[in-house]
Design a protein around this ligand. Sequence first.
Ligand code: NAD
Ligand code: ZN
Length: 345
Amino acid sequence: MPAIMKTKPAYGAELVEVDVPKPGPGEVLIKVLATSICGTDLHIYEWNEWAQSRIKPPQIMGHEVAGEVIEVGPGVDTLEVGDYISAETHIVCGKCYACRHNRYHVCQNTKIFGVDMDGVFAEYAIVPAQNAWKNPKDMPPEYAALQEPLGNAVDTVLAGPIAGRSTLITGAGPLGLLGIAVAKASGAYPVIVSEPSEFRRELAKKVGADYVINPFEEDPVKAVMDITDGAGVEVFLEFSGAPKALEQGLAATTPGGRVSLLGLFPRDVTVDFNNLIIFKALEVHGITGRHLWETWYTVSSLIQSGRLNLDPVITHKYKGFDDFEEAFELMKAGKTGKVVFFPHK
Ligand code: NAD
Ligand code: ZN
C-alpha cells in the first residue's frame, strides 16, 4: 500500500510502498477513509528542531484519522470488524499520578501515533483499541477525522462560559478556524478575530467571525475596545503562538475575563503580569490535548447538532497521496485551512 513516510532525517517526506500491517494484541487494523494534516505533521515534514529531537525515521506520518475496522487483534473486545472509528492520538499510560487523577490529557508518559510510532498517512493503519472512538455511521469521514483537532478547539473555547460573551480569537490557522466554528456554534457574540493573513481572515469570515482585524495594520486592542464600547472582551482565546498576540489579547480582555492559551510560543515570552493578568484578575487556562473522553463526547455531539460550520475550514481535499508535496507546501505557505486526504482513490 502507498504511505507518506518520513524516510530520512531531512526536509520532506516520500510516498513509499509498504506492506499492510498486522494488528498486534490490543490493536485494530483500519481502512483509512480520511486523514488530515496537522501542524505537527508539517513540523515533521520541515524537520524543525522539535522534530529532530523526537522523530526516529523511517516512520509513516499522520495522526488525524477516520476509518473502518477491518481486522481485530488478539484481546480486543471493545471493537468489531465494520466499526467506524476515529482515534485519540495520545496513548496514555493509565498508571501515572496524572492518569490516576483522571487527568489523562496530561499523562506524563504520553505517546503519540505518527510521532512516536507509525501513523495513518496510508491506505491502512494500526490503531490501539484503547484509543478508538466509535463514530455514528452517517458522520462524513472528513468531519470524523477532524474530531481530534476539534477537541483542542473545544477545550480552548469551552474552558468556561461562552454563550452571549464577546470573544477575541488571535490566529486563524487551522486550529483558530475550528475555534471560530466552536465559538459560533456555542453562541459567542461578537466573535472578533485578529489574523495577519488576508486569506485566513477571509476564511474566518466564512466560518462565522463577526469582525476580522489585521494586527499588522491596525491596533487590535483599540479595535476590540471600539467594538465592545470600551469594555474589552469577556473571553480571549489565543490560537497563534505569537508573543505579540498574547500581549494584545490580554490587554483587550475585560477585567475579570477568561483567557485560554492553546498556541505554542517559539520562545520564552515576557508579559506584564501585574497589569495584564493579576490586577485584572483574569482567569487563565493553559490548554493541551483533549480531555479523555469528555471532550470527544462534546465534539461528536457538536458535529451531530449540525451547528458547526466546518465546510469552509476544509479548504483542500485530495484523493490519494500523489499530490502530498503540494499539500504540505501549500500548508507551509499558510494558503490552507484544514487539508484532508482520502487515501482510497
Ligand atoms: P498556524 O501556525 O497554522 O496558525 C497560526 C496563525 O496565527 C497563522 O494563521 C498566523 O498568520 C497567525 N498569526 C501570526 N502572528 C499573529 C499575530 N501577531 N496576531 C494574530 N495572529 C497571528 O497553527 P495552527 O495549526 O492553527 O495551530 C495554532 C497554534 O496551536 C500553534 O502555535 C500550534 O503549535 C498550537 N497547538 C497547540 C496544541 C496544544 O495542545 N496546546 C495542539 C496543537 C497545536
Ligand atoms: Zn499516565
